[in-house]
Design a protein around this ligand. Structure first.
Ligand SMILES: [Zn+2]
Length: 453
């Protein structure tokens, strides 16, 4: 009996050690791993098991975790970062060079989601221009694992005043048009029944063409949504509306204000209340450029991604939009664009919760392309690459309440990109994608490319 007890304890200890040592399927060693953890630490290597990050650390330490069946990837100096998370998209309207309501089908949406993934984006939040049940079905099929692409989160039909919802002709009739608090509550009730991921409202007079969603009505939407544990984010244009929305408890602003630079008081209130904000600068930035932008030249890795995944006539259409713009028109647009850049720098310096959102999917602002242009525009406005990477990964995951995404720390999902060069040195290096892992499994990027039309 005296000898058996210690032996039993010893066996128990061995078994416990085996249980505590998690399975390791893949190790990536000998590179740079941008973890986007709380301290923004950088490691050399990462171990993945069971779809999750097992460990990050020095190459020797991580290689030592490899077992007989572990795949060992020599990064040879390449850079690992979390996949991108894009919080403001509108899938389904662009098909080739056309942008019309009839394009909005399951196939068109899937094409957008596939191109997003090809460009390194693992999750997209649609922002309320969603007709019928197309996105709900895709969300369900993705959850069931029957289809891939970037994971789509839905907002259903957004809410605005009559005729004041989303602007383009292709969007007509999609948003709820409300005029009373009772209608606000009915709309939110329907959205809650559909288990939307977030509620979208438009608070804008569309350049004077439409009535505003009044404070009484947006408060009714926000209160009804919060009562059902749903968050609300707002399309906003005017400074005064942003002040009212923040005071009313809005959770996110999917644009900065565009009439004036944000005041110190508004910025402080956004920070104090923890409101998430999309910079959303890449779309208006297009108007500030005449002649071919650098990202449409072979010197920039963007053109390679576009050539691989977008039809030549569509690329030509985008090129033409820049070539046709006069220098004077670009100069004029730069004045209002400078307002956005100043507000963005202010928000960033004050510690506001900025998240990647580019109005992806508005005309000729394509899935994948828009996000990478947004990251670059944020850096050009004055943010550091490290800050912008946080906005596009961990902060965006926090905003979308995806607790298991957005950073490469043990226990999080192993959704990661392998890049040929370091985006901390130059943000456009997020476009130099060598490999993509989703849930620890490497995506066949060639097969994905073949699916995109
Ligand atoms: Zn939008």
């Amino acid at each position: 009996m005296l000898t058996r007890a210690p032996l039993g304890a010893f066996l128990l200890a061995v078994v416990s050690a085996a249980i505590a040592q998690p399975r390791v399927d893949v190790v990536l060693v000998n590179g740079t791993v941008i973890t986007v953890d709380d301290r923004n630490s950088v490691a050399q290597a990462i171990a993945i098991g069971d779809g999750k990050v097992v460990a990050v650390g020095a190459s020797d330490e991580i290689r030592a975790r490899a077992g007989a069946g572990t795949r060992v990837v020599d990064l040879a100096g390449k850079v690992v970062m979390p996949t991108l998370i894009s919080t403001h998209v509108h899938p389904g309207f662009q098909k080739g060079v056309t942008y019309v309501a009839e394009n909005y089908t399951r196939d068109t949406v899937l094409n957008d989601l596939n191109r997003a993934l090809y460009f390194g984006i693992s999750v997209v939040q649609s922002q309320g221009i969603e007709r019928d049940d197309v996105l709900y079905r895709i969300r369900a099929d993705q959850a069931a694992g029957t289809i891939g692409g970037a994971q789509v989160l839905v907002a259903g039909r957004g809410i605005g005043a009559p005729n004041a919802g989303p602007g383009a002709a292709a969007y007509a009739g999609i948003a709820y048009a409300i005029t009373t608090e009772a209608e606000a509550r009915v709309a939110v009730g329907e959205l809650a029944a559909n288990r939307v991921d977030i509620v979208k409202i438009w608070v804008d007079d569309r350049n004077g063409r439409a009535p505003q969603l009044s404070p009484m009505l947006y408060r009714a939407v926000i209160d009804a949504a919060h009562a059902r544990d749903l968050r609300v984010n707002a399309h906003v244009f005017y400074h005064a509306d942003a002040e009212g929305l923040v005071a009313a408890g809005i959770d996110g602003l999917v644009h900065m204000v565009r009439d004036v630079e944000m005041s110190d008081a508004l910025v402080a209130e956004i920070v104090r209340r923890g409101v998430y904000v999309n910079a959303n600068v890449s779309n208006p930035r297009r108007s500030t450029q005449s002649g071919l932008p650098h990202w449409l030249t072979t010197a920039d890795p963007m053109l390679k991604l576009l050539t691989e995944s977008v039809a030549p006539d569509e690329i030509a259409k985008i090129e033409a939009s820049f070539r046709q713009r006069t220098a004077q028109a670009a100069e004029d647009a730069r004045r209002s664009y400078a307002i956005l850049e100043r507000s963005l720098v202010k928000l960033s310096a004050a510690g506001a919760k900025l998240v990647l959102g580019a109005d992806t999917g508005v005309e000729d602002h394509l899935f994948g392309m828009a996000e990478h242009l947004e990251l670059e525009a944020m850096v050009d406005a004055g943010m550091t690459p490290a800050q912008v990477i946080v906005a596009a990964t961990s902060r965006a995951a926090e905003y979308l309440q995806l607790e298991d995404r957005g950073s490469l720390v043990p226990g999080k999902r192993a959704d990661l990109l392998v890049l040929d060069a370091n985006p901390l040195d130059d943000i456009v290096n997020t476009r130099r994608i060598a490999q993509t892992f989703i849930g620890g499994v490497e995506i066949d990027r060639a097969a994905l490319r073949a699916q995109i039309r």
